[in-house]
Structures are given as C-alpha cells and as structure tokens.
Design a protein around this ligand. Structure first.
Ligand code: G3H
Ligand code: 13P
Ligand code: ZN
Length: 325
C-alpha cells in the first residue's frame, strides 16, 4: 500500500534549505537504524528547536523493515509534538543506488531521496539522476544528487580513493537533472578513519577553495556535505578503554564543519558519530555492571549520551538550533 509523506506529517527539504542558506546554518542529517537513535535525534532536535533530516541508508531500511520504518517516521512527528515543538522533519533516503529503490521509498513515505550516481560517468550520472528527479517531483519529493567521489564505504558503493568534485561540471549537472541539492566531495570521507595522521599531527583542511568555486557556479544552490562526523576523541577513548580496538580513528574538526555550515552547505551528514557514542556508552555500562541484562538500562544510558551529543552539534556545529519553528 502506497502512502504519501504528507500523510505522515513529514516535509521535503526545499523550504528547510532555503531558510538554511539565508540563515547561514546547515540542517543536520542524522542516520538512524533503531528506536533509541531515533528517540535521541528527535529529543535533541526539539530541545534545541532545530529542523532535522532523519536519514536512512539502504542497509538501515533492510535492518529496520520498510513498514516499521514508515510508522517510526510517523511516530517521530507525533513524538516531537508531544515534547512540545512541531519541528520540521524530513525522512530521507541516504545513498540510493537505483531508480527502483528510490521509487519504492517514495511509495512508502520518504519525503526526500538521494540518488548516488557519483561512481558513474558524468553522462550516466545525469541520465540516472534525471530519471529519479522526474519521478520524485511528481510527488513533491526532493532529490539530492552527487558529483565527485568520497573515499570509504557508501553502503554497497565502495571506493578506495576519493576524487574531488570538479566545479566546472556542477552547473551542467544541476541544469540537466533539476536536482534540488548537490553533494560534493571536498576532502571528507565516510566512516571513523577519515585521515591518516600521526599522533599530534593535525588533519588536512577541507578543500574550501573547491566549495567556493562551486558556490560561484551555483549561487544560492543547496550543497550537501557527506562524511562529516568529527569522530569525537572522548568516545574513541571510551571504546578503547572498555575493550574496543579503534586505534587511529579520526574525523573532521568541528570548526571546519561550522565554517562550511555558514556557506552554501545546508545539509551536513552524520552517521559515525552516533555509532561511536552509542557503542562507547553501551561498552562502558556493561563493563561497569556485569550483572545487568535489561537492554533498557544500557540502551537508555547510550540514548542519553546521544541526546547530549546531537544537541551540542545542533548548537555548535550546524548552527541550526533556534531555527525549527
Ligand atoms: O554513508 C553511509 C552511511 O554511513 C550509511 O552506512 O550503509 O552502513 O548504513 P550503512
Ligand atoms: P560519517 O561516516 O562521517 O558519519 O558520514 C555519514 C554520511 O555521509 C552518511 O551519508
Ligand atoms: Zn554519505
């Protein structure tokens, strides 16, 4: 049975992005896979009065089940109201890898989708993205495309090496496809090991020169930054302290993300930081209380930490706090 996102109380990203560009902030796009992550994202967004994009990868959708997910999204809208603020909430497909998957998500209540043709040739990326846009726009669903390749694992699309977005291609891509936003590659990558640096060395800065060029070619157009977790050292340390093994995990410094959020970047994707905080706190709880076997105890403990982390991101990194309703 097909359902429109409008019936679920969700919104597409168009208005969100227009406001974010004017206001000099980015809308947070947080990936989730389970109930506790979703609860934390909504609570943090309500408490900071921030718009939010709930992001689901193909793998997350398989994990959670598409039908359950539809009701979780509807539940998220209701939960935000119950907490006191009807903030704008988008349900977005992250790294859609086929036309069929995008159609299926739109039919099951997604209000925004990404079609990731970044691994294809420029011409084939345009053909696939345009086909998805033509379908999505009939249902008022917004579409994110991607140009340039991020290193790391993008769901089933895996790439060992990145290549930066070529600013000379962006205008043509947007014109030919009519996408609503564009993800670009300026030095970020997916996962918890973003840069190879020795202890004490600082990470290489993002390629703001490319971002500036892209902005010149597409004035006022919404740009998206993937691979934007900061891989917060406190969580990596906790993981390692309580039995984990995550040596050399490193992410994008928060100041660089804040700088990007003030530009045309109006959507910033964060997945790994949520995974790290959650894992760190579950490990800590179980290490300290070997007798506990009620999942509500250790998952609830991890959920509280997530709320804290997402609130801090909305306030200090995205700049989206206060821009909800
Ligand atoms: O960009 C990729 C996201 O972090 C999703 O990861 O495919 O493991 O759910 P996943
Ligand atoms: P991180 O792995 O840096 O959290 O990136 C997530 C992402 O880009 C999801 O699309
Ligand atoms: Zn991504």
């Amino acid at each position: 049975m097909s359902v429109s996102y409008k019936e679920l109380g969700l919104v597409n990203t168009r208005n969100m992005f227009a406001k974010a560009i004017k206001g000099g902030y980015a809308v947070p796009a947080y990936n989730f896979n389970n109930l506790e992550q979703l609860q934390a994202i909504i609570q943090a967004s309500v408490e900071t009065n921030s718009p939010v994009i709930l992001q689901i990868s193909k793998g997350a959708r398989q994990y959670a089940n598409a039908t359950i997910l539809r009701y979780m999204a509807m539940g998220a809208v209701g939960y935000a109201k119950e907490l006191g603020k009807a903030i704008p909430i988008t349900l977005h497909l992250d790294h859609g890898d086929s036309y069929e998957l995008c159609v299926n998500c739109i039919e099951s209540g997604f209000s925004s989708i990404m079609i990731d043709g970044s691994h294809l040739s420029f011409a084939d990326n345009i053909i696939l993205t345009k086909k998805v846009v033509d379908y999505a726009h009939k249902y008022d669903v917004s579409v994110e495309g991607e140009l340039g390749v991020l290193a790391g694992i993008e769901d089933e699309v895996s790439s060992e090496h990145s290549h930066y977005t070529d600013p000379s291609e962006v205008q043509e891509f947007v014109k030919q496809t009519s996408v609503d936003s564009l993800a670009i590659s300026i030095g970020t990558s997916h996962g918890a090991y973003k840069f190879k640096v020795k202890p004490g060395e600082s990470v290489p800065p993002l390629r703001f020169d490319i971002l500036t060029e892209v902005e010149k070619c597409l004035p006022g157009f919404p740009i998206v930054l993937h691979g934007a977790s900061s891989v917060l050292p406190e969580y990596v340390s906790l993981i390692n302290k309580y039995g984990g093994a995550m040596e050399n995990a490193v992410g994008v410094p928060e100041e660089q993300l804040r700088k990007a959020a003030k530009s045309a970047v109006c959507k910033i994707n964060v997945d790994s930081d949520g995974r790290l905080a959650f894992t760190a706190k579950v490990r800590e709880y179980l290490a300290k209380d070997a007798e506990e076997f009620d999942p509500r105890k250790y998952l609830g403990f991890a959920r509280s930490e997530l709320v804290k982390m997402y609130k801090a991101k909305n306030e200090n990194v995205m700049g989206s706090a206060g821009h909800g309703v």
